[in-house]
Ligand binder design. Structure first.
Ligand code: ADP
Ligand code: MG
Length: 323
C-alpha cells in the first residue's frame, strides 16, 4: 500500500499518549493550542538529527525515533523543565511503512515514559532528517540556566562521559577490538537515557546546568563562559568506562572530553554540597560524580593525578569548523 502524508499522520503519529487537559487542540488543526499552567514558564527547545551526521546511516528506525526525542528531552532536563509537548518535522526519502512504524515505536516508547504528547508536525520529501521541537513547563524562576555558576561552586556530572563516543569509534571501524562494542556503550549511543528526573530534582539546588551533547570540555566551557567563571577539573575524578582505559592516554581523553552524544548533565552547586548530591544520586538511582570546582577567571585547568595541570583540548564537536 502506498501512503500519502495524511495516511502517515493518521496511521502512525496520531496517538494519544497521555491524558492532558492542557492540550486544547492537538494534531489536526493548523496549530496546536496548549495551556501553560498559571505560575509556570514555557521552556522551548528544538534539535535536528541528520542522517549520517547525528546517527550512522545503518541506525535502526526504532533507534532514530528514540534518539530524536531523547536529545530533546535532554535539553528539558538541562533546564530542569518537565517535558510536556512535542512537534515532529520529518523529512523522508520515501514512505516506507515498516521504517515509519519502527521510528514511531522508538519515538512513542520515550514519549509514553516521559508523559509527552505529540501535538503536531510536518512531513516533507527529501534526504532523511528529523526535527523535534519540545516544550516543557517549569515553575517561574526555577529553571536552571547556564549563567548561574559562582566561583567556588562544585562541578558535577551524571554518568560516564565518552561511552557513546567509544561506541561510535568502534562502529565506524576506526578501532578494531575482538570483544566487539560494549553493549552499554552502544546503548548510550543509540538510546541515551535523558536525565529528566535529575534535572527536576536539582531545581533550587543547582546553580547552573547544561547537557553534554558536544563533549564535556566544550559544554562545560559554555557553562563557564555564560557565567563568567573558570574552573579546575580533576581528571582522576571523572568516572571512566573500562572500555576507554584500553585506549592510549590521548585517545582516551579525546573520547571523554572532546566527543559528544553522551546526553549526561553537567551542573554546579554551592560549596559543601557532596552529601546532598550523594543522597540525591542514591534516591534517583543516577550516578553523579564531583569533578572539580568553579574559579574566578576564565578557562579550564585540567589537573592530573599528582595535582599538576595538564594540557587538554577544550574543543568539542562542531558542525562548522572555523577556517
Ligand atoms: P498545514 O498544511 O496546515 O501546515 P499539514 O497538512 O502539514 O498542515 O498537517 C496537518 C496536521 O497534521 C497538522 O495539525 C500538523 O501539525 C499535523 N502533522 C503533520 N505532520 C505531522 C507529524 N509528523 N507528526 C505529528 N503531527 C503531524
Ligand atoms: Mg495550515
Amino acid at each position: 500500500m502506498s501512503w500519502n502524508e495524511f495516511d502517515i499522520i493518521e496511521q502512525v503519529f496520531k496517538r494519544n499518549m497521555v491524558e492532558d487537559d492542557d492540550v486544547i487542540t492537538g494534531i489536526g488543526d493548523d496549530a496546536a493550542l496548549l495551556r501553560v499552567p498559571a505560575n509556570e514558564q514555557l521552556a522551548v527547545s528544538t534539535d535536528t538529527l541528520v542522517n549520517g551526521i547525528h546517527f550512522p546511516e545503518s541506525t535502526a528506525a526504532y533507534d532514530i525515533g528514540y534518539k530524536s526525542l531523547a536529545v530533546n528531552l535532554s535539553d528539558m532536563a538541562a533546564m530542569a523543565a518537565s517535558p510536556r509537548w512535542v512537534t515532529l518535522g520529518l523529512c523522508l526519502p520515501n514512505h516506507d511503512e515498516s521504517w515509519l512504524r519502527g521510528f514511531a515505536d522508538g519515538f512513542f516508547r520515550l514519549a509514553t515514559e516521559f508523559g509527552v504528547q505529540l501535538v503536531g508536525g510536518d512531513i516533507t520529501h527529501g534526504p532523511l532528517s528529523i526535527n523535534v521541537t519540545i516544550m516543557g513547563t517549569v515553575p517561574a524562576g526555577a529553571a536552571l540556566k547556564r549563567d548561574g555558576v559562582k566561583p567556588g561552586d562544585q562541578i558535577y556530572i551524571t554518568g560516564k562521559p565518552g561511552m557513546a563516543a567509544l561506541a561510535l569509534t568502534l562502529l565506524q571501524g576506526e578501532l578494531q577490538r575482538d570483544t566487539g562494542i560494549p553493549d552499554d556503550c552502544l546503548q548510550r549511543l543509540n538510546r541515551p537515557y535523558p536525565r529528566v528526573a535529575a534535572g527536576i530534582a536539582l531545581r533550587n539546588i543547582a546553580s547552573a546546568a547544561i547537557d553534554i551533547s558536544d563533549g564535556l570540555a566544550a559544554d562545560l566551557g559554555h557553562l563557564l563562559t555564560a557565567s563568567g567563571c573558570g574552573a579546575e577539573i580533576n581528571l582522576e575524578d571523572i568516572p571512566l568506562h573500562e572500555g576507554l582505559l584500553l585506549l592510549n592516554d590521548e585517545e582516551c581523553w579525546r573520547h571523554v572530553l572532546n566527543m559528544g552524544d553522551d546526553y549526561e548533565l553537567c551542573f554546579t552547586v554551592a560549596p559543601d554540597s557532596e552529601q546532598l548530591i550523594s543522597n540525591l544520586s542514591e534516591k534517583l538511582d543516577c550516578p553523579i560524580s564531583p569533578i572539580g570546582r568553579a574559579l574566578a577567571g576564565t578557562g579550564i585547568i585540567w589537573r592530573g593525578s599528582d595535582g599538576d595541570s595538564v594540557t587538554r583540548q577544550s574543543s568539542g564537536y562542531q558542525h562548522f569548523q572555523a577556517k
